[in-house]
Structures are given as C-alpha cells and as structure tokens.
Design a protein around this ligand. Structure first.
Ligand SMILES: Cc1cc2nc3c(=O)[nH]c(=O)nc-3n(C[C@H](O)[C@H](O)[C@H](O)COP(=O)(O)OP(=O)(O)OC[C@H]3O[C@@H](n4cnc5c(N)ncnc54)[C@H](O)[C@@H]3O)c2cc1C
Length: 457
C-alpha cells in the first residue's frame, strides 16, 4: 500500500481524507492552520466556510441539489456534517458554520486513520512511495503557488467577494419582516423592504462609495459573485432583478410586495448573526457602515464581519490535469478542490470526494495509467465537473459551478422537450449511472483489498 499525504484540510482535503479513511487507508492531513492563516481563514477547524454559510439549494431539480444528491450517495462527510448542523434557510442548505466545521473535525478524528499535522508545504516534491494530493484552495500560500507556477506556468485567477455579517440585536425590528420567498418552507429570512426612494438613494450611495482598489478587478471578477456595487452600476433595476428582488415576498404591514428587499440569512443556530444575502462588496469598511445604513433595518447595524475581496487562484486545468485529477507532469501528484478550476464549496468538496476515491484505488495497487477507466461518467454532475476541469478547451478556461450545461446527455434517456421533464430524466440518468459506477468501484475495492471494514462504500 502506498502512503497518502493530503495538503489542505479545507472542503476538498477533508472530504478526500474522509473517503480514504472510510476505505481503511491511513492519511497524513497537513494544513498551515491554525498557526498560520490565509487572508480569509480565521478559525482553527478544518472545512472552514470563509464566506456565506449556505451550500445553495438542496432541491435535486437544481444543479447544486443534484450534486448534493450524488454526494450523499457516496458517503460525503461534508453533507453528513451539513445535514447535522443545518440552520433554517428555506430550500437552501445553510449551516451553523462553527458547529459544521467542528463536526467535520470530530468525524475525521473518529476514523482513527487520519494524522493531522500543522505545517506549510512549499514544494511539489514527494517520496516515490507516497501519493500526494494538493487541495490548498484558491488562497494557496505564495511559496507553494510559486512551485506550482514553476511546474505549470503562471496560475490563473479571479476575484471573489464575501458579504458582511451583522448582529441580530443591532437590527431595527420595526423595519424587517420574517418570510420565505413564496412562503415556501418556514419563514427563515429577515426581509428588509426598501421603497422606491430609499432604493434609489441606496443605489447612488453604492455607486459613489469608496472602494478598495484592485488592479484588473473588473475583468476578473467571477460572474456569480459580482459585488453589489457592480450590480448597482449596471442599471437602475439590476439589483431588483438580482439579490434585492422582491417577488414572492409580501410585507405583512402593507399587504403588498415591496419595491425591493434586502434579505438577511441566519448564520448560526442561535440566530445571533445574520448574513446580508448577495451583498458581497469591495467597499471600504467605513463605506459599508454608511451605505448599508441607508437600509432602515440596518441603520444601527453592528458589523461582526465586513465584506472583503480576495484573489482566487486556480491552475489551467486542461493543461495540467488528466481525467481523475492526476497531474500530467507527476505520476503520484493529484490536485483537488477549487485550485483545479471548480468553483464553490460543494463543487470543491465533490472534487475532493472523487479524487479521494481515485487515490484510494491507486494507493492499493490499481494501475495509475488506467484511471480513465474508473472515473465517474459525465452523465452525473460530479463526473461532468471532473471532466470539465481536465477536458475543456484550455484557451479561456474559467472556473465552473455545478450546472446542467456541463452534464452529458445520454440520448437513450434524455428524450423530453419540456424543462421539468428533462430535469427528471437527467436525475434518473444520474441515479442509474452512479449506481452502476458504485458497483464497479466496490468490485475493484474487493479486488484490491480495501473498503469493507469501515463501511464507507
Ligand atoms: C473570500 C472567498 C469567499 C468565498 N465565498 C464562497 C461562497 O460564499 N460560497 C461558495 O460556494 N464558495 C465560496 N468561495 C469559493 C470556494 O468555494 C471556497 O474557497 C472553498 O473553500 C474552496 O475549497 P478548497 O477545499 O478547494 O479550499 P479551502 O477550503 O480554502 O482549503 C484549503 C486549505 O489549504 C490550506 N493551505 C493553503 N496553502 C497551504 C500550504 N502551502 N500548506 C498547507 N496548507 C495550506 C488552507 O489553510 C486551507 O485550510 C469563496 C472563496 C473565497 C476566497
């Protein structure tokens, strides 16, 4: 059995370590935390959520819901911990971030097979009898990033932003109402209505506010994570059709739909902290207090965390990676998580999950050059993401969220024309292909003598 070392105990690294340990394979899990922290990590635990506490929709009819459905079937630690620490958030899966990360830490420890070491890794070198997985994320430290650039050329990057968090006690309760959009599920959000005049004032203030300077910023911001002030600049109504959309929300005091609504989502189970949904920003801290203070419910808000922006790095996936996330330049070096060019918490965890499964077989003796035969099919969301990072055109390689556009359609299966029916067929195809993949995988585990003691299949 080859030794396995994982660098980075974030979402991808924790998931990969769990998958390996569940198959009975010991893992050395290395992270610079807690002694040193990246600019966004603040807590000592593994699998830290650096921004939103939401894993997006849990509805399998959505792409991120389907991804979760597949990961649950493959014994995901991130989903197991999320399901146990969830906080109310309508149809989204949101968690108490500290409880969630502590839960992941406890579950990893309980395997008895994961040795945690606190250390910064600065090179790609590894003993020939060890498989190395780098899951160091979008904020990989400079020295390791230099080593990656030397090996594969300059890394690509984009900017990602975090939204502010405010304390519940500081909110003006006479200016918000609790409800979920269209009354779906329980009333989990605090909704801060804006009338037309206040909306226009808020928009002008966002446009004029002082921002932190970031070179190349506008060209490189991730489309799904546009700062609120960039949306404000795009047009008068852009925010009303985006994060401030009022549809499906009725203010009980007026019986009407407000002109615009800023939603606050609960951060942890005790409900002391609330996240300004969709309000990621690069305004200076003083400007955040002033501009968000225009929203009546936030006039006296206490900021527990201000919004910030970070440069996120990732490799040129198609040039660097073979299918299965093995690097083309080094036989026993794998990458997983956001550094490969997937985007998002759950996508990063999914990348760790599947890479962990590949490494488990290789560590047990499966020939590494036949990894292409055992990857998940692209008719599943996980397989499609994996195929995307290693198999797309590398000229304009962009980070990718789970979405139905990347999934490969099985023509025998996907025959419906209407969107709802087609989604149902895509889900059925994913179930079927995942089930047959699991059977093959289990047979290989049996053949290579791993798996059954810990029940992780
Ligand atoms: C500011 C910001 C906000 C984001 N907001 C969201 C969001 O709201 N929703 C969403 O879905 N996604 C968000 N993302 C994107 C992405 O989903 C997360 O970054 C996610 O955590 C990536 O998972 P990962 O496992 O690849 O990396 P991470 O979770 O970042 O884990 C990487 C780990 O590697 C460690 N590490 C780094 N370098 C070294 C080294 N040289 N040696 C040892 N250890 C090292 C770090 O300490 C860290 O623990 C955000 C990203 C950033 C940067």
């Amino acid at each position: 059995m080859q030794r396995v070392r994982i660098v980075g105990a974030g979402l991808a690294g924790s998931e990969a370590a769990w998958q390996l340990a569940r198959l009975g394979i010991p893992v050395e899990l290395i992270d610079i935390k807690p002694g040193k922290m990246t600019p966004a990590h603040k807590k000592p635990y593994p699998a830290e959520l650096v921004c939103s506490n939401s894993f997006k929709s849990d509805d399998p009819q959505t792409a991120s819901g389907l991804l979760k459905r597949e990961m649950r079937q493959l014994d995901s630690i991130i989903l197991a911990a999320a399901d146990q620490t969830r906080v109310p958030a309508g149809s989204a899966l949101a968690v108490d971030r500290d409880m969630f990360a502590r839960k992941v830490g406890a579950m990893l420890k309980a395997t008895g097979l994961i040795k945690y070491t606190e250390r910064e890794i600065c090179s790609l070198e590894v003993d020939p009898d060890t498989v190395l997985l780098l899951a160091t994320g979008p904020l990989t430290t400079d020295k390791l990033m230099s080593a990656m650039s030397e090996e594969w050329g300059e890394l690509l990057h984009f900017f990602d932003a975090a939204a502010p968090i405010v304390s519940f006690d500081s909110l003006d309760s006479s200016h918000y109402f609790t409800a979920s959009r269209y009354d779906r599920g329980s009333a989990d959000y605090l909704n801060c209505p804006l009338d037309h005049k206040t909306y226009l004032m808020f928009r002008s203030a966002l446009i004029e506010a002082e921002k932190t300077e970031i070179r190349e910023f506008d060209r490189k911001v991730f489309q799904n994570c546009q700062p609120i002030e960039s949306l404000a600049e795009k047009g008068e109504d852009t925010m009303r059709f985006g994060p401030l959309k009022p549809v499906g929300l009725i203010d009980p005091r007026t019986g009407k739909q407000p002109y615009a609504v800023l939603q606050l989502r609960r951060e942890q189970s005790t409900g002391e902290m609330y996240n300004l949904v969709g309000c990621q920003t690069r305004m200076t801290f003083a400007a955040q207090r002033e501009v968000f203070g225009i929203v009546p419910a936030l006039s006296q808000a206490e900021y527990l965390r201000y919004g910030v922006m970070h440069r996120n790095h990732y490799v040129r996936g198609p040039e660097v990676l073979d299918i299965g996330n093995r690097t083309k330049t080094r036989q026993n070096l794998f990458l997983a998580g956001q550094i490969t060019g997937v985007e998002g918490y759950m996508e990063s965890a999914a990348s760790g999950l599947i890479t962990g499964r590949m490494i488990a077989l290789i560590a047990a003796g499966y020939p590494a050059d036949r990894i292409g035969e055992i990857v998940l099919p692209p008719t599943t969301m996980m397989g499609a993401l994996s195929a995307y990072v290693s198999g797309t055109d590398s000229k304009d390689f962009q980070p990718m969220n789970a979405n139905f556009g990347i999934i490969q359609y099985d023509p025998d299966f996907i025959t419906a024309k209407r969107k709802q029916e087609r989604r149902a067929q895509l889900i059925a195809a994913s179930d079927l292909h995942l089930a047959s993949w699991r059977e093959c995988y289990q047979n290989l585990c049996k053949k290579y003598g791993i798996g059954y003691e810990n029940g992780g299949l």
